[in-house]
Structures are given as structure tokens and as C-alpha cells.
Write a protein that binds this ligand. Structure first.
Ligand SMILES: Cc1cc2nc3c(=O)[nH]c(=O)nc-3n(C[C@H](O)[C@H](O)[C@H](O)COP(=O)(O)OP(=O)(O)OC[C@H]3O[C@@H](n4cnc5c(N)ncnc54)[C@H](O)[C@@H]3O)c2cc1C
Length: 187
């Protein structure tokens, strides 16, 4: 079956904070803009109930609330949203193509804002404790929630040590765990 083709000035892949910010700028610049998100508009930030470092929110806010505001602001500027998975892109030619199950979107510009995925250690039952259930991936985000607790940073690169040092300002005790296998295993 021949796929439907639709045309835009800009297609943004990913509806997290980065994609929505790009959408607000593109929409406000009066570019015909499409944002494609495969799961939840708002991305990773929607996993947190407490965002305290965003300017303009002296009492803090939740990830869902903040991302809902980003979404509303982008919609206000006429950005179109499509909930589907991007299956492929062709970026070499002037006319870029973003491929989804039913439609191929052609655009002058494609912005990839598909985010990052935290790398897990593979420890037993780890999946049950992710994000705000005990295992965090961002000290800047979650250090305050660990005030006066004992925390453990797993990893051995610069980032792990930086996170560990940051945590010392909040946690009662901060351990940094590394072993000789870390580098080989990519931890
Ligand atoms: C528990 C938790 C607490 C946090 N707390 C804070 C905080 O307090 N303060 C702070 O500043 N930051 C915080 N963060 C970090 C913040 O959430 C991230 O920095 C932010 O989400 C990154 O935004 P992003 O748009 O780059 O990526 P993401 O939010 O990961 O968004 C990328 C989006 O792209 C979509 N996508 C990927 N591939 C495709 C595809 N093929 N087709 C269509 N869509 C696709 C994904 O579904 C996703 O929605 C926290 C994160 C977590 C998990």
C-alpha cells in the first residue's frame, strides 16, 4: 500500500522538554511544525513529582504540570502533534523524510529530540525501584529528596564522582561504588 505523504517546514521527533521547547520556537516563528511522540507528551520529566529548579516556579511544580504547560504553549502557536513511533529518517537530501507506520512526513528541517535512556546495572529487581522509587539517574534532580539519607553512586567515571560530590551537600553519607570491571562493562 502506498503511504500517505504530508509536508511540513519542520518535523520534531520527541515530545520531551527539548522537543516541546523546539516546537514553541518553531511554532512562534510561524513555521509549519509537526511534533511526533511515540509515548507520552512530556517525556522523562513526567516521571517526577517534584521539579524545583525551573525558573518561574518558586514553590516548585510537578513534571506533568510543567510539561502540560509546555504542550499548551506549543499548541497555542499552531504546532501539530502526532502520537506514533518514528520508524526511519532520510536526512541526506534537501527534502528530509520522517517515516511512520502510515505516513511519510517531508520537511525542510528535522529536529531529533528523542532523549536519552538511563543505562541500568542489571541488578536483580532493579526495574521495581526506578526513578522516584529509590534509584535515580540525576543528582541535580533528586539530591534534595535524599536529604539526610545514605546514598550510593554506582559508576566510576567523572560524572559519577561529580554526582557523588554534589550529593554530599544533601545526604548524610555518600558512597561511590566502582569495581575493576566497570570500564569493560561500560558502567
Ligand atoms: C525521575 C526524574 C526526575 C527528574 N527531575 C528533574 C528535575 O527536577 N529537574 C530537571 O531539570 N530535570 C529533571 N529530570 C531530567 C529531565 O526529565 C530530562 O532532562 C528531560 O526529560 C530531557 O528532555 P528531552 O526532551 O531531552 O528527553 P526526554 O524527556 O527523554 O524526551 C524524549 C522523547 O522522545 C520520544 N521518542 C524517542 N524515540 C522516539 C521515536 N522513535 N519516535 C517518536 N518519539 C520518540 C520519547 O518517547 C520521549 O518522550 C528528571 C528526570 C527523571 C526521570
Amino acid at each position: 500500500m502506498e503511504k500517505k505523504v504530508e509536508q511540513f517546514d519542520v518535523v520534531i521527533i520527541g515530545g520531551g522538554a527539548a522537543g516541546l521547547t523546539a516546537a514553541i520556537y518553531c511554532g512562534r516563528a510561524r513555521l509549519k511544525t509537526l511534533l511526533i511522540e511515540k509515548s507520552l507528551i512530556g517525556g522523562l520529566a513526567t516521571y517526577t513529582n517534584e521539579i524545583e529548579n525551573y525558573p518561574g516556579f518558586p514553590d516548585g511544580t510537578t513534571g506533568l504540570e510543567l510539561m502540560d504547560l509546555f504542550h499548551k504553549q506549543a499548541k497555542k502557536f499552531g504546532v501539530k502533534f502526532k502520537l506514533t513511533d518514528v520508524k526511519g529518517v532520510t536526512l541526506e537530501k534537501d527534502k528530509k523524510v520522517v517515516e511512520t507506520f502510515r505516513v511519510n512526513y517531508e520537511a525542510k528541517v528535522v529536529i531529533v529530540a528523542s532523549g536519552g535512556k538511563p543505562r541500568l546495572t542489571g541488578a536483580k529487581n532493579e526495574e521495581d525501584y526506578l526513578y522516584d522509587k529509590g534509584i535515580s539517574f540525576c543528582a541535580t534532580c533528586d539530591a534534595a529528596a535524599n536529604t539526610d539519607k545514605t546514598v550510593m553512586v554506582i559508576g566510576s567515571g567523572d560524572a559519577a564522582i561529580e554526582e557523588g560530590i554534589f550529593l554530599t551537600k544533601f545526604a548524610k553519607k555518600s558512597y561511590c561504588i566502582c569495581n575493576a570491571r566497570s570500564r569493560k562493562d561500560g558502567l
